[in-house]
Design a binder for this molecule. Structure first.
Ligand code: ADP
Ligand code: MG
Length: 288
């Protein structure tokens, strides 16, 4: 039989938006001294709107830049892709068929349109390929900029805007009040990460982290003796969720994240990480 205290705490947790998939992890919540958060879709809403489209060349209008980007992105499931395709549909921009589509993990997408090579990529990708990021292109704020290349040449840019979740502010503050380190891991660019980190008052952050590097960060912190909870929503967060002492998935996220996590935040509310720590601690105390 399930001990009464466990049954009660499970019910209490469920009523408070916590779906517990792994009891041991739940009872270990009292040990958490470091909480890692993914950015997009976790600390932020993860719903991108197009803020600006720029053409850097005479051959293409802004609309044609949007058309190239949206054509590539119709093949991707990334929230960035969803934002760009949505805008193209609203503007009644016709999408073109793409050949040889490929994802460059954590950096962007590539494909052929009418036999020519196009890319939609991060500023980090430009830097790696010695392409200068245009001055002032990266705007301070919760923005993500994507650059459009044709045959390796920069032809345009799309700026997308996301929003920090209202309750992220309180979640970070309350975790810090408990003496817990709050660290963000994001694949997004340095400038955006710095902005979000400053806004929320994070202990630390790591930007331009490739999908498999999130897991390595967890391991590094564990090697330093940290007891790590990782919170994320994406496919690219799954290895880190698995590696963390406690993996926490955002309910609105991908199935892969939910299936990998120990706990699911049903309401997709970062504040519920605190409830997890409180209830996990209470349950443990009642059991001993
Ligand atoms: P995260 O979920 O942590 O924000 P990702 O690893 O999914 O990060 O993506 C990191 C970066 O890679 C994005 O900020 C963006 O610059 C680029 N990127 C990823 N997917 C796409 C895409 N479909 N189109 C354009 N850029 C992308
Ligand atoms: Mg995410």
């Amino acid at each position: 039989a399930i001990p009464l205290v466990v049954a009660v705490s499970t019910t209490l947790s469920a009523q408070n938006g916590l779906l517990i998939r792994n009891r041991t992890a739940f009872e270990n919540a009292r040990k958490i001294d470091t909480v890692l958060f993914d950015k997009t879709g976790t600390l932020t809403e993860g719903e991108f709107g197009v803020e600006a489209v720029e053409s850097f060349v005479d051959e293409y209008s802004k609309e044609e830049i949007l058309q190239k980007a949206a054509s590539l992105e119709q093949e991707s499931e990334h929230p960035i892709a969803a934002g760009i395709v949505k805008r193209a549909k609203e503007d009644e921009v016709e999408l073109i068929k793409v050949d040889d589509f490929e994802i460059i993990k954590g950096k962007g997408v590539i494909g052929k349109i009418d036999g020519r090579d196009f890319k939609a990529v991060s500023p980090g990708y430009l830097a790696e390929n010695n392409i200068e990021v245009p001055e002032d292109a990266l705007k301070k704020g919760p923005f993500t900029e994507i650059f459009i290349l044709e045959a390796g040449n920069l032809i345009g840019m799309i700026r997308l805007g996301d929003q920090i979740r209202e309750s992220s502010y309180e979640a970070v503050q309350k975790l810090k009040d408990r003496g817990i380190k709050v660290i963000m891991l994001t694949g997004d660019n340095q400038k955006t990460a710095e902005y979000v980190s400053n806004e929320l008052g994070l202990t630390d952050y790591f930007a331009e982290i490739l999908p498999d590097e999130k897991q390595k960060k967890v391991e590094e912190l564990q090697a330093e003796g940290a007891f790590v909870a990782m919170t994320g929503d994406g496919v690219n967060d799954a290895p880190a969720l698995a590696k963390a002492d406690i993996g926490i998935a955002i309910g609105s996220g991908t199935d892969v994240a939910a299936e990998t996590a120990d706990i699911i935040l049903v309401e997709s509310d970062p504040l519920d990480v605190l409830k997890l720590i409180e209830f996990g601690t209470l349950t443990y105390k009642k059991m001993i």
